[in-house]
Design a protein around this ligand. Structure first.
Ligand SMILES: [Zn+2]
Length: 225
């Protein structure tokens, strides 16, 4: 029997897909913390869904050059966690770190991912990002060190069944030494990176794509059960 969870004046049901929750959260401003290194965590187990580029972050060696957020990815992983019972990890302002590039020793985001894997609470990591619409695919799945990832093939099948064009590792393979996906694999987890195009995350009306959300729900749920 599903049970209701009260959060932020709304009640929704664990175990049911909450596409509407994603839309609602996407209309809110980016999460901010009083503490410069705080991360937003939604408690869960088995699968960690991460959005390290949910807020503005630095790029390259020049700390004055900031890159915009991967829009709607923070609300997306939150809504997915609420829907599936997975754990969500979301970057909050004013942390300027680049979770998908910085060395592990300088990255509180990846350090938290590694703590969760080491604890045994998490066995799979799905790191979600946003790309522009100009890459010739709706989604690019990055497999980092594992070309024959079962999780990646499962994700590809679900997205293609939903009518999306999926690219594998081109142009985003998550192969750099500082990616969340690669570090999670090196610490023993099954992990993939999913780059979703702007149309799937924001669309024309500010709402993400329902079929994309539901395919992600199915992917996460399949890794939990
Ligand atoms: Zn990104």
């Amino acid at each position: 029997m599903a049970h209701g969870v009260a959060l932020a004046n709304s009640v929704y049901t664990v175990g049911r897909m909450s596409y509407e929750k994603w839309c609602e959260l996407s209309r809110q401003p980016p999460k901010r913390s009083q503490h410069p290194f705080s991360l937003h965590v939604v408690t869960g187990s088995a699968v960690l869904i991460s959005a390290g580029h949910a807020v503005r972050h630095h790029r390259g060696l020049d700390p004055t050059i900031m890159k915009p957020s991967d829009r709607a990815t923070g609300p997306l992983v939150e809504a997915l966690a609420f829907s599936t019972g997975a754990m969500a990890l979301v970057a909050m302002e004013p942390w300027p770190g680049n979770s998908n590039a910085d060395p592990l020793e300088n990255c509180v985001f990846k350090q938290r991912v590694c703590v969760e894997i080491a604890s045994g609470r998490i066995h799979s990591v799905i790191d979600i990002h946003g790309m522009t619409d100009g890459h010739g695919a709706d989604i690019c799945i990055g497999t980092a060190l594992l070309d024959d990832s079962v999780l990646a093939q499962k994700a590809r099948g679900l997205f293609e069944d939903a009518g999306m064009v999926v690219a594998m590792n081109d142009p985003f393979g998550a192969r750099g030494p500082g990616t969340v996906t690669r570090v999670a694999q090196e610490h023993g987890a099954e992990a993939i990176q999913i780059e979703a195009c702007y149309r799937l995350r924001v669309g024309d009306d500010g709402n993400g794509d329902r079929a994309f959300f539901e395919a992600l729900c199915e992917l996460v749920t399949s890794q939990i059960t």
